[in-house]
Design a binder for this molecule. Structure first.
Ligand code: MN
Length: 202
């Protein structure tokens, strides 16, 4: 596990795809700042960048990677992560995959689409969500926090593989991709303060 401050070192290069998660001070993007960005390469190496208050212009390498449309970014509930990343860095995260959307499109036999549920059902692994609500803004993160944070990106590639298989089996691959593309629009509406769901109800 590698931990950095402010930005990814230029030596860290992700080929084709990267799993990403974020930790923040809370769930309201304009109030609660971004504290940590966790990334996991396809071969299972975890890199984490601690974001300092008001440092958005320092993360040059991180921003470049997030905007690079050749690198697929795999999130679980991408909607939240891309909103905070777009807002914090003044960018647009490109080329997105969301394991929660994929799960909702194929695992229609359940309403349990949390990361913990997916990792348990698909990979047979128990993960803890205990550190989820902790002080991510502290300067020195605890070992428990770092372990938890890494756990949130460690399984996303494997989940994607299984969900891709299920999407193909149920002929919903294209539909999933159209949903992932719509995340840009959803994020823009979220940042504007317009509830996307509201636009489509009577
Ligand atoms: Mn997380």
């Amino acid at each position: 596990m590698n931990l950095y401050k402010n930005d990814l070192p230029s030596s860290v290069v992700f080929k084709d795809s990267v799993a990403i998660d974020t930790e923040t001070m809370g769930l309201i993007t304009k109030r609660d700042r971004l504290c940590l960005v966790q990334m996991c390469s396809k071969d299972g190496e975890v890199h984490m960048v601690q974001i300092e208050k008001g440092q958005q212009h320092k993360a040059v390498n991180l921003r470049k990677m997030l905007e690079d449309s050749k690198i697929l970014k795999i999130f679980h509930f991408a909607r939240f992560d891309i909103e905070i990343l777009n807002h914090t860095f003044g960018i647009r995260v490109n080329n997105i995959y969301c394991t929660k959307i994929a799960s909702k499109l194929v695992r229609t036999y359940t309403d349990r689409h949390g990361l913990k549920n997916l990792v348990k059902e698909i990979l047979g692994i128990e993960i803890s969500k205990l550190e989820q609500s902790s002080d991510w803004g502290r300067e020195e993160l605890s070992d428990e926090q770092l372990k938890y944070a890494a756990g949130d990106v460690l399984y996303l590639h494997a989940l994607k593989e299984r969900l891709d298989y299920m999407l193909a089996r149920e002929n919903r691959t294209e539909l999933a991709h159209r949903c992932f593309e719509a995340l840009q629009l959803v994020s823009d509406l979220d940042l504007l303060g317009v509830c996307p769901e509201e636009l489509f109800v009577h």
